[in-house]
Design a protein around this ligand. Structure first.
Ligand code: ATP
Length: 237
């Protein structure tokens, strides 16, 4: 079953069209990755899905139409969006940020249990639970942004370039944790990445976006083996 379905989606900014009728899906419990060069429209795709910009075409979450709904309504229906640039509350502590992520929930005991679970996925956050988010390293802030989004207990998690600006060793830690999140929480994810190597490792399915259109899609292992993808996104010549 597809948790998220995107059909013939078009979007842009003012008169500039960025997306030209793209179709994608995220199957329950699976990870789909959206690859593409700078400016291809990856961020625009996520912003259209979560209702931050207007779009035409069909968007459904668990079969329910979400196109035209405000971002807070879309979030309430189970879509969490960890945007590029992290967006943690810098003046709040790590733990306060995680609690903010659960602000719609009222199950106090389970919220505390979920915070502990986030510390298991991201041990660096446990070590720094009383520190202000603004004092964390870039990698730790990214982990916190993911943890905070997961505290919503979403049906689908959208992640925008989680590896951006991080050192390779931190990228590996982050993706290891995302792999555990996928295995243990069975969470469905749509991950936008320029760093195709790491993303394809945890992905089940992959899409390649070029100039606002899907140029290639398939099982992640097949896309990873595709010559054109290897040359363009995996650093092979
Ligand atoms: P990147 O990896 O650089 O973020 P991307 O694939 O996510 O690339 P988008 O950010 O979706 O690409 O941008 C797609 C196109 O839309 C680009 O040509 C960009 O200049 C344009 N664009 C993005 N945001 C705006 C905006 N707020 N107003 C006008 N044009 C925009």
């Amino acid at each position: 079953m597809n948790v998220l379905e995107i059909n013939n989606l078009s979007a842009g900014y003012g008169r500039i069209r960025v997306l030209h009728g793209i179709s994608m899906a995220v199957e329950e419990g699976s990870v789909s990755v959206l690859l593409g060069a700078n400016g291809a429209g990856k961020t625009t795709t996520l912003r259209a899905i979560s209702g931050l910009i207007k779009s035409e075409g069909s968007l459904t979450l668990d079969g329910v139409n979400i196109n035209g709904l405000r971002p807070d309504r879309v979030a309430r229906l189970g879509l969490a969006h960890a945007a590029e640039g992290r967006g943690t509350f810098t003046d709040l502590t790590v733990e306060e940020n995680l609690r903010v992520g659960a602000f719609r929930r009222h199950d106090k005991d389970e919220i505390s249990a979920d915070i502990q679970k986030m510390y298991e996925f991201f041990p660096r956050l446990r070590e720094r639970y009383q520190q202000k988010a603004g004092n964390l390293s870039g990698g730790e802030q990214q982990m916190l942004a993911v943890g905070r989004a997961l505290m919503l207990r979403p049906r689908v998690l959208l992640l925008d370039e989680p590896s951006l600006g991080l050192a390779p060793v931190i990228i590996n830690d982050l993706y290891d944790a995302l792999g555990r999140v996928k295995a243990e929480l069975k969470i469905s994810m749509l991950v936008v990445e320029q760093n195709a190597n790491v993303a394809l490792e945890i992905a089940d399915y992959a899409y390649v976006l070029e100039s606002g259109a899907i140029s290639l899609h398939g099982l992640a292992k097949d896309v990873a083996a595709h010559d054109g993808v290897r040359a363009a996104y995996l650093g092979d010549y």
